[in-house]
Design a protein around this ligand. Structure first.
Ligand SMILES: Nc1ncnc2c1ncn2[C@@H]1O[C@H](COP(=O)(O)OP(=O)(O)O)[C@@H](O)[C@H]1O
Ligand SMILES: [Mg+2]
Length: 245
């Protein structure tokens, strides 16, 4: 396949996404791209539609209109298809198997490859995320920050080309957020594209190459963290939230 260098196929392409819940239009005409190796953050006030975009990208909600493409192909509509397309995600609810060990949790998405390879990959990711010493612990017995890292290790175990993270910094303290930022940067440096949904603005400004701002289900701004930070429409959307936070 040849692609002109001036018009590369983005890792993730979202076009004209429209989602309604009954009479409520949650998203209208949402479009953005995530390029190869790029980290894009989706931010916006509560209720803006961030999780709905995330869910539409990983086929948890069905859009009324619009398209989601991964590497130029329509995004798969099931978890196994996403895995095969090189897409991994962590959900806000984490979805760990509480009674299984940390290692067993990370092995779950690796069931399709040979056992020694799976074990090597899983152990590598546990080391990367400073979880090796907890490998044998039941996931449900760990504190929240460690549980979040297990969910991330599990997503990364499949060597995704596109990583989707919903509120990865939520509920974490400063030290864990700094470690998370390092992880995201390392993953991106390995060529993985990252889409993160987040309302922790400082973290976003720290790790994102580009920021897409949603308000009332529409993209109101898109640009580098610096461009977005000084955008009057963004300031208006967030007005009052600083005081409330
Ligand atoms: N399953 C659902 N059923 C009905 N309304 C929903 C559902 N999920 C989200 N919404 C509504 O859609 C809008 C966007 O929600 P959401 O995507 O969760 O926003 P955010 O993640 O930015 O806080 C909100 O008005 C929310 O109440
Ligand atoms: Mg949300």
């Amino acid at each position: 396949m040849t692609t002109p260098p001036s018009d590369p196929v983005p890792r993730l392409q979202v076009r004209g996404l429209e989602v309604a819940f009954g009479g409520l239009t949650a998203l209208s005409g949402v479009s953005f791209d995530v390029a190869d190796g790029e980290t894009v953050a989706l931010i916006g006030p509560n209720g803006a539609g961030k999780t709905t975009v995330f869910n539409a990208v990983c086929a948890l909600v069905r859009p009324r209109a619009g398209t989601v493409r991964v590497d130029g192909r329509p995004a798969p509509s099931a978890a196994t298809g996403l895995l095969r397309a090189g897409v991994a995600r962590t959900l806000q609810g984490l979805g760990l198997f509480e009674r299984m060990s940390v290692l067993e949790n990370v092995l779950v998405p690796l069931s399709g490859i040979g056992a020694p390879d799976a074990l090597a990959k899983a152990r590598k990711r546990l080391e990367d995320l400073d979880l090796a010493h907890l490998a044998a612990r039941p996931a449900g017995t760990l504190p929240y920050p460690e549980r979040k890292r297990v969910a991330l290790a599990r997503a990364l175990a499949t060597d995704p080309r596109l990583l989707l993270l919903d509120e990865p910094a939520g509920g974490l303290g400063a030290a864990d957020i700094a470690a998370l930022a390092d992880t995201v940067r390392r993953v991106a440096a390995e060529g993985c594209s990252v889409l993160l949904v987040e309302h922790h603005v400082d973290f976003v400004m720290d790790v994102a190459d580009r920021v897409v701002v949603l308000d009332f289900g529409e993209v109101i701004a898109c640009g580098t963290p610096e461009q977005v930070r000084t955008d009057p429409a963004v300031e208006a959307a967030y007005l009052g939230l600083e005081a409330a936070a």
